[in-house]
Design a protein around this ligand. Structure first.
Ligand code: VGL
Ligand code: ZN
Length: 202
C-alpha cells in the first residue's frame, strides 16, 4: 500500500478509446486488468472522462474536415478527431470492466464546445483549470501514478501539467497505450522525460 500522499490517476479508459470505439487505441482494453489490480495499492483513485458535447469543436465533422487533419484554433493548433466520447453515449462510458466503484473522484473534461481538453488539469489553452489541482492539494496528495489512454495525448498532457505544477509523476508505461500520430509517441516521451516524469514498467 502506498502512503496517503500518493494517488492513482486513470486517464480516459472509455469505450471509444478501446477496440471497436470511435477513436480506438490499439490494444486499449489490454490495460484494464492491470489498472484494476493497481487500484488496491492506492488510498486515492481518480478517473478522468473525456466528455464532449455532440457539436464539439475538436470534431472533424464540425469543420467539414477529415479526421486527423490539423487546424488552427484561437488557442493554437488542434488535431481534428472523429466524433468520440459524446456525453451520454456508450462510447463515453468507461470500459465495462474498469473498477469505477473504487474511484473517489471522476473528473470530466472537454465539455466546453469551443475548446478541447487533453490534460486532466488544464484545457488546451493551458489556462482554464479543471479543478483537479485544488482537489489533490486539499487532500495533501504530492505523488501521482498515471495510467490510461492515450499515452501521447491525454496521458502526456496530464503528466506534463502535473510535473509543471510540482507533483512527482510516475508513468506506468505498461498500463498506457498510444495513438502514435506521426511520431507523437516519441515526442511525448521526450517531453515528459524533460519535465522529470518518471517512467516505469511495473
Ligand atoms: C484523447 C484525443 C481526443 C485522449 C481525447 O484521451 O488521449 N485523445 N480526445
Ligand atoms: Zn476528446
Amino acid at each position: 500500500m502506498k502512503p496517503d500522499t500518493h494517488a492513482l490517476l486513470v486517464i480516459d479508459v472509455q469505450n471509444d478509446f478501446c477496440e471497436g470505439g470511435a477513436l480506438a487505441v490499439p490494444e486499449g482494453s489490454a490495460i484494464v486488468t492491470g489498472i484494476n489490480a493497481l487500484m488496491d495499492d492506492y488510498a486515492a483513485v481518480i478517473l478522468t472522462q473525456d466528455w464532449h458535447p455532440v457539436d464539439h469543436s475538436s470534431f472533424a465533422s464540425q469543420h467539414g474536415g477529415a479526421p486527423l487533419e490539423m487546424i488552427e484554433m484561437p488557442y493554437g493548433p488542434q488535431v481534428l478527431w472523429p466524433d468520440h466520447c459524446v456525453q451520454g453515449s456508450v462510447g463515453a462510458e468507461f470500459h465495462p470492466e474498469l473498477r469505477t466503484t473504487r474511484a473517489d473522484l471522476i473528473i470530466r473534461k472537454g465539455f466546453r464546445p469551443a475548446i478541447d481538453s487533453y490534460s486532466a488539469f488544464f484545457e488546451n489553452d493551458h489556462q482554464t483549470p479543471t479543478g483537479l489541482e485544488g482537489y489533490l492539494r486539499n487532500r495533501g496528495i504530492t505523488h501521482l501514478t498515471m495510467v490510461g489512454l492515450a499515452t501521447d495525448f491525454c496521458v502526456n498532457y496530464s503528466a506534463q501539467d502535473a510535473a509543471k505544477l510540482g507533483f512527482a509523476v510516475d508513468l506506468r508505461r505498461d498500463l498506457c497505450c498510444a495513438i502514435d500520430l506521426g511520431g507523437s509517441l516519441a515526442t511525448a516521451l521526450d517531453d515528459m522525460a524533460a519535465l522529470g516524469v518518471m517512467m516505469s514498467k511495473g
